[in-house]
Design a binder for this molecule. Structure first.
Ligand code: B12
Length: 155
């Protein structure tokens, strides 16, 4: 995973920094190359960093309850800027109140996130899922490249 870069940050006007630092340390220790944008990060900043660092995934944190608003259009903006394949994860205290886990997941799946984690979820599981998703993504990219190179013009 040393050659795999992931982008980390807390979206919107959210200034909760403790979980972000813990995630950074945890994922770095698990072997990911972490680019941590810190707190109060805009969608554009996440996407620009992902392009600059050729990242495999963007991990968004949100703790203050406004994640849904902050994430509207995120997936679409990634696609517009050429990041069709990027993995989008989100975690934290994603909503205000106590809707069911399924309802929260539905909301963020609709917004284009690949995986959703709630505060208190096991980070080890999250890291394993991330590793597996990145491996799968790399394999699918390699097979697409092979198909393209097999489509050479025959004279
Ligand atoms: C400390 C704190 C603050 C501090 C933050 C200081 C700082 N520099 O971080 C201060 C006082 C500034 C603050 C302000 C506010 N806070 Co505050 N705060 C907290 C508190 C008590 C602890 C947060 C914390 O550090 N937790 C410890 C870390 C380790 O846990 P974590 O943040 O959850 O992160 C872990 C997981 O969520 C997960 N995770 C997070 N992101 C991701 C992403 C991925 C991909 C994955 C896999 C995992 C993952 O991994 C992290 C590491 O284990 C929480 C209550 C609580 N017990 O959580 C409220 C809390 C988060 N705050 C809350 C609120 C409402 C606010 C304010 C809006 C209050 C106000 N009206 O002003 C403001 C927001 C200001 C802003 N612009 O952001 C609410 C949010 C409610 C909601 N979401 O429904 C909470 C839950 C309190 C409550 N019960 O109401 N807060």
């Amino acid at each position: 995973m040393k050659d795999t870069t992931i982008i980390l940050g807390v979206i919107g006007s959210d200034c909760h920094s403790v979980g972000n630092s813990i995630l950074d340390a945890f994922l770095t220790e698990r072997g990911f190359r972490v680019v941590n944008l810190g707190v109060m990060v805009s969608q554009e900043e996440f996407i620009t960093a992902a392009i600059e660092h050729d990242a495999a995934a963007i991990l968004v944190s949100s703790l203050y309850g406004h994640a849904e608003l902050d994430c509207v259009g995120f997936r679409e903006r990634c696609v517009e800027r050429g990041l069709e394949q990027i993995l989008l994860y989100i975690g934290g205290n994603l909503v205000v109140g106590k809707p069911s886990r399924e309802a929260i997941e539905q909301t963020f799946v609709k917004l284009g996130f690949d995986r959703i984690f709630l505060a208190g979820d096991d980070l080890e599981t999250a890291a394993k899922r991330l590793q597996a998703d990145i491996e799968r993504q790399k394999q699918s990219l390699t097979s697409t490249e092979t198909q393209i190179s097999n489509c050479g013009i025959v004279k």
